[in-house]
Design a protein around this ligand. Structure first.
Ligand code: NI
Length: 144
């Protein structure tokens, strides 16, 4: 069922006092990002804050992606990264590998599990010698 098809939850109206300069800056920002109205932008900010708070808990169920860029010429790095992923095959759901150029590889891992264990796996992969850059993005799926 899509969001549109679900009966909408009760909407509450609130009044918020906010300095004019801050509101002007916010309006400019949401317009640049393509929001049609302020309410949807506020709702997204609130959801993002709540998700951040949930993700701070190590036992929070989470999904996410880890992006890695590494030099496959570094001795046995590809093998080591694969070995580390196999050690966590319950959390590493899928991987995408792109040969960027002669020496650089881009790898995107889809991860699922407890936030703390996912962070631990990501930290180990990013810290591997030869990994130039790594970035983990986590979120919490909406409850059904
Ligand atoms: Ni490659």
């Amino acid at each position: 069922m899509t969001d549109e098809a679900k009966p909408s939850s009760e909407l509450c109206r609130i009044g918020v006092a906010i300095p004019k300069e801050l509101l002007d800056a916010f309006d400019g920002s949401i317009e640049r990002r393509g929001y049609e109205n302020r309410s949807e932008a506020f709702r997204d900010l609130i959801r993002a804050a709540l998700i951040e708070e949930d993700l701070a808990k190590d036992d929070q169920r989470a999904v996410g992606t880890l992006t890695l860029v590494y030099d496959h010429h570094v001795r046995q790095l590809g093998d080591r990264l694969t070995e580390m992923q196999h050690a966590h095959h319950h959390q590493v759901v899928s991987t995408l590998h792109v040969h960027l150029d002669h020496s650089n590889c881009l790898e995107v891992l889809v991860l699922r599990g407890r936030a703390g264990e996912i962070r631990g796996i990501a930290d180990k992969l990013i810290a591997a010698k030869g990994v130039h850059h790594g970035k983990l993005t986590l979120t919490v799926p909406k409850e059904e």
